[in-house]
Design a protein around this ligand. Structure first.
Ligand SMILES: *Cc1c(COP(=O)(O)O)cnc(C)c1O
Length: 354
């Protein structure tokens, strides 16, 4: 081993779902929205492309156009909103800013697999609390002394929603630390904890434009909380990179938030498709919880998940499979268009009878 090897920050990186180049693949593996972003988004980007003199300059470090649009939409003060390069960037900044007590932070054993990666990267101790047999968060598991709490609601990759009253119980039992509720999927049928930021100064609600607003490619995420927390996040951001958000992302994000009618229409469409597909999958021998997200987490009564994953892949239908304890017989299937889901169902129907 080279002498310098001892002083390298070694990490085992997060592995995102595959992004195949082949255009005829039905892609149900990374929870992207199957519908395009609001029409105003393309228009905003076209407008920017027509003003190269604007691109010459650095973007607004305060990201005001986007922060203002988000604040207006949720009836918040601008001082209550922080934006970043996808919620992954926002969450990483949160870990760095808020989890410094030396005590273990708490999150579920089955959850977004980036949490333990950030904890390891920043040398934050952590403890995973097991979900119950139905893959539900047990709120009492988060009442013990800790260095911070984070969980997605709905949880990923299970899709299970923790009722708002239980989310509040967890926040109320943790006044000494910051509690982060990662609401990447909240727009698909959950109730946001956002109103609770007025009542609890230790709460941060994190959301993203990647799923419900069809903008995974632009990388836009945001955190909402009391102005002191947002200020601390901005201090860390400005100590890291003043310009995390580029001009195109700022313009696209602002345009997306402004079109609420389009947002409601696409969100409802996905929910409708999800509920229909639940019925069809039940008929094919699949079991799953009552997902309130844009994906289903399913297991089959007789066919092993890994086998199905490979068979689907061969048929050019990509879903997500996690070879991990407790969930290695499950598939996470993103809700696509009705047409995409019908192709999936047709394949499953013929595969499972043969
Ligand atoms: C998708 C996802 C994110 C990150 O999304 P970004 O694209 O970085 O905004 C964060 N948390 C959970 C639980 C997710 O599923």
């Amino acid at each position: 081993m080279k002498a310098w090897e001892a002083n390298i920050r070694k990490v085992i990186p997060y592995v995102p779902g595959e992004q195949p180049k082949d255009a005829d693949i039905i892609k149900l593996n990374t929870n992207e929205n199957p519908y395009p972003p609001a029409p105003g988004v393309a228009e905003a980007i076209r407008k920017l492309a027509g003003q190269p003199q604007v691109l010459r300059k650095y973007p607004d470090p305060s990201a005001d156009v986007l922060v203002s649009a988000i604040a207006r939409y949720y009836h918040l003060q601008k001082e209550q909103v922080f934006v970043g390069v996808g919620s992954d960037d926002v969450l990483a900044m949160c870990f760095l800013t808020f989890f410094n007590s030396g005590k273990p932070i708490l999150f579920p054993d089955i959850t977004y697999s980036f949490y333990d990666v950030w904890a390891d990267l920043f040398r934050i101790p952590y403890e995973c609390r097991p979900l119950d047999a139905q893959f539900r968060i047990v709120k009492e598991d988060y009442y013990k002394e800790n260095g911070g709490v984070i969980f997605p609601n709905p949880n990923a990759p299970t899709g299970e929603l923790l009722p708002l009253s239980q989310v509040e119980d967890i926040i109320a039992h943790n006044p000494q630390v910051i509690v982060i509720v990662d609401e990447a999927y909240i727009d698909f049928g959950g109730t946001t904890a956002l109103p609770l930021i007025e009542k609890y100064d230790n709460l941060l609600v994190v959301q993203t434009f990647s799923k419900s607003r069809s903008l995974a490619g632009m990388r836009i995420g945001y955190a909402m909380g009391n102005p002191a927390l947002i200020q601390y996040l901005n201090d860390v951001k400005y100590s890291f990179n003043s310009y995390t958000m580029n001009q195109a992302a700022l313009a696209a994000g602002a345009a997306a938030v402004e079109d609420d009618a389009y947002f409601q229409m696409t969100r409802e469409r996905i929910i409708r498709t999800r509920e229909r597909v639940k019925g069809e999958l039940s008929g094919l021998g699949f079991e799953f919880g009552d997902s309130k997200s844009n994906f289903l987490f399913v297991t089959h009564e007789s066919c092993p998940a890994e086998e199905l994953f490979q068979a689907l892949k061969k048929a050019k239908i990509y879903v997500r499979y996690f070879k991990k304890p407790r969930i290695d017989n499950y598939l996470r299937i993103t809700i696509g268009t009705d047409q995409e889901m019908d192709a999936l169902l047709d394949f499953l129907r013929s595969y499972l009878v043969s």
